[in-house]
Ligand binder design. Structure first.
Ligand code: NCD
Ligand code: ZN
Length: 346
């Protein structure tokens, strides 16, 4: 017996598309299923100015599969030298949808991020005035803070002070990974939302570390202990409109993952919706999937939900999900949750 589920077409509110050959290789994996995506600006060098965003958007458009109606929602990478006027012009022209804050050194390609948060205060004030959302990578980078505690400490030391100093600023906590993150969103209903990835809903740190280290599960913020995964799952399946899907699909060539110093990022785009449907099904919450994947994100960003739909099918035997995406001599390994997925997009 097969079961089907039709949803308004989902969007991905946190996506890494990269550039050049990698962009060509991974873009169709997103455009196949998603209507829109918030495109992360952590290229090398990063997307910092309006002109950078214009040219990156043009490169994405040029790489789109024929006939695709996908819309890339561009972002700027906040630096201590970001010019408020340039940012405001990019936002009011409709070119960008948000600005991304990376604490300096927090993750892949974040060297130009912010070290002194006072330096960006005037820019944050301007963003609050014009309604431009701030997307935060919520981890401190202090060497004395344990990697598993960096999100909770970020909330106390950086995020809460920013929100108190600039209460009108709209903020998305990107890829929350802890109960602390979910609780902070719930406790602060004004102008605050959070994206959650597929891997953080499906896996905890034991999946990554027990019985051998699995580099394809290594991403930042790092997978946490099981009680945090359970808190995220309950947030995602609660129907609370402030939680929405951001896959954080972050492709790296297989050789860069399976190396002595593994790059951070899980490449989930090709299987994200199948895995998410399985996760919501296992939680008895399939009726909440459309809200999380297709409605809450547009609601937060003030955009209409997509008009068209996608259909997922559940089969009796596990779906044959793709294992690898070709990219010249640098294939990219697709995320495999390590447990059977019976759903697929049809
Ligand atoms: C991202 C990447 O590879 O760009 N990696 C990751 O582990 N999520 C960067 C990021 O979003 O932190
Ligand atoms: Zn990311």
């Amino acid at each position: 017996m097969t079961q089907t589920l039709t949803l308004r077409r989902p969007d991905d509110w946190h996506l890494h598309l990269r550039d050049d050959a990698m962009l060509q290789a991974v873009l169709p994996e997103t455009t196949r299923h998603f209507a829109r995506a918030i495109i992360m600006p952590n290229l090398v060098p990063p997307v910092v100015t309006m002109a950078d965003a214009q040219s990156y958007k043009a490169r994405i458009k040029a790489a789109m599969p024929q006939g695709s109606r996908f819309t890339p929602l561009m972002t700027l990478y906040l630096t201590e030298n970001t010019e408020a006027d340039d940012l405001a012009a990019a936002y009011s022209s409709g070119l960008i949808s948000a600005v991304k804050l990376y604490p300096a050194g927090a993750t892949t390609n974040s060297a130009s991020g912010v070290a002194n948060f006072d330096k960006v205060r005037p820019v944050l004030e301007r963003m609050a005035e014009i309604g431009c959302p701030l997307l935060v990578h919520g981890e401190v980078t202090d060497h004395d803070i344990d990697i598993f505690d960096r999100e909770a400490v970020f909330i106390d030391r950086v995020l809460d002070p920013i929100r108190r100093a600039t209460p009108a600023l709209k903020v998305v906590m990107e890829h929350i990974t802890t109960k602390d993150g979910a609780d902070y969103v719930r406790a602060n209903p004004e102008r605050l939302g959070a994206t959650i990835t597929v891997q953080h809903l499906m896996l905890d740190r034991n999946h990554m570390l027990v019985g051998g280290m699995r580099p394809h599960y290594y991403c930042l913020p790092i997978l946490k202990r099981r009680e945090h995964r359970e808190a995220l799952l309950s947030a995602a399946t609660s129907g609370d409109k402030r939680f929405f899907l951001g896959t954080d699909s972050a492709p790296h060539a297989t050789h860069a993952k399976e190396s002595e110093c593994c790059s951070a990022g899980c490449f989930t785009a090709p299987v994200a919706l199948a895995c998410l449907a399985q996760t919501f099904d296992d939680a008895g919450a399939l009726d909440r999937l459309e809200g999380f994947a297709s409605l809450n994100g547009p609601g937060f960003y003030g955009l209409p939900p997509n008009e068209d739909s996608i259909t997922l099918t559940k089969s009796e035997s596990p779906a044959n999900l793709p294992k690898q995406v070709e990219n010249g001599s640098d294939p990219i390994t697709v995320f495999d949750p390590g447990s059977p997925v019976y759903w697929s997009v049809t």
